[in-house]
Design a protein around this ligand. Structure first.
Ligand code: CA
Length: 374
């Protein structure tokens, strides 16, 4: 997440340089009956360790972990928010009640999840950028270099900072739009930034760092960085997602799609003998509608979670009461409507840049038939 980073479109070097993951290869997999069956057979066999033809909760774990990785979640057990999503993924498979899952059920859920993922990628493609110093050189030599570095300088406040401190901070503020890989990434830091800082003679002077000196010294470092990147290009997976409520609006404008999506979200939820659904499942249902409503999984984006929580408060969604199915759907519509209004008023933008250390195909762990996750 890039709070406080400078983000400007260079408009160049992106479109022609990057490979785009837009979910089409996932759709190819799921859409081809024969290939997908084969994939499911393989995956199932691999997971079914005791070979009883069913997957236990424990046997499902590696698949759930892979799905988490593919969704871009941190590892299980690292945060309660993402663990919540992991348990929902597991619930998807077990419908929240079963102890084991057979192959047909496994296939259905996996296909749903993959299609949802593909829809997400279609909406917010992941760009694979190869950062080799070219864009950085271009930036250094462009007329925007000095004004933009002056603006970055004015954002940096370090008490008694040396020029070196300023340069490190400035590098953190430069985004991939400037041809800079994320310098806070530990691999980039130790393999790209550190060696360059060590080899550069930085003219550290006594007293306060002036803007002129900063820009001069920064330019030297940036030139060496570009050289180093040319020798050791860094591959970065870049995403930019904007949540502005437009997908919910689109969904609301199409009654057929809305009903279909609501039905799908409520269909498999546990119901009591009066066909009532507990409000506890509203979050699960909302997550199921996530792909069509253009919302991230709950727990993935803090700012969106806040809005969702507010919406839940407004309709007293957390009182745990059981309500008839129609009432449940009405609550879901109200929640979505309130989220939409909030997002329309204040859209939320999230960018992420992660360094890729191996040749990356989309959600590699999940889609490879010989998984290494066990
Ligand atoms: Ca088994």
């Amino acid at each position: 997440m890039a709070s406080g980073t400078v983000s400007k479109k260079s408009g160049k070097g992106r479109e022609d340089g990057g490979q785009v993951l837009d979910g089409s290869n996932i759709m190819e997999l799921v859409g081809n009956e024969k290939v997908f069956n084969n994939y499911v057979d393989h995956k199932f066999e691999e997971l079914d360790q005791d070979r009883d033809g069913k997957l236990s909760m424990k046997e499902l774990q590696p698949a759930v972990a892979d799905i988490g990785v593919a969704l871009g979640l941190p590892a299980q057990g690292t945060s309660p928010d993402s663990d919540h999503i992991y348990s929902e993924v597991l619930n998807e498979f077990t419908h929240g009640k079963q102890e084991t899952v057979n192959k047909t059920e496994f296939k259905e859920v996996l296909s749903d999840i993959l299609i949802g993922m593909a829809a997400g990628l279609k909406r917010d493609p992941v760009m694979i950028l190869r950062i080799n110093g070219e864009d950085l050189v271009e930036f250094i030599n462009s007329p925007r270099f000095e004004p933009e570095m002056a603006s970055i300088f004015s954002q940096i406040e370090i008490a008694d900072g040396s020029i070196r401190d300023y340069i490190i901070k400035a590098l953190e503020l430069l985004t991939v739009d400037y041809g800079m890989p994320p310098s806070t990434d530990s691999w980039v830091s130790s393999n790209i930034v550190e060696p360059v800082l060590q080899s550069c003679v930085i003219g550290d002077r006594e007293g306060n760092v002036s803007q002129v000196t900063f820009i001069e010294e920064f330019k030297k470092v940036a030139e060496s960085l570009a050289q180093r990147l040319n020798e050791h290009p860094v591959i970065v997976a870049h995403t930019e997602n904007t949540f502005d409520g437009s997908s919910i609006k689109r969904l609301f404008s199409n009654k057929f799609e809305l009903d279909k999506s609501l039905d799908a979200a409520v269909r498999d939820l546990p119901k009591d003998r009066h066909r009532k659904v507990s409000k506890e499942y509203l979050r699960v249902a909302l997550d199921l509608m996530g792909p069509s409503a253009g919302l991230p999984p709950y727990g993935a984006v803090d700012q969106v979670d806040k809005i969702i929580n507010q919406a839940f408060n407004m309709v007293n969604a957390d009182d745990g009461k059981a309500v008839p199915e129609e009432e449940f759907k009405k609550l879901l519509r109200e929640i979505l409507g309130s989220i939409m209004l909030q997002l329309e008023g204040t859209p939320i933008s999230v960018t992420s840049n992660s360094v890729v250390h191996e040749p990356l195909s989309t959600s590699s762990a999940l889609l490879s038939s010989s998984s290494s996750s066990s």
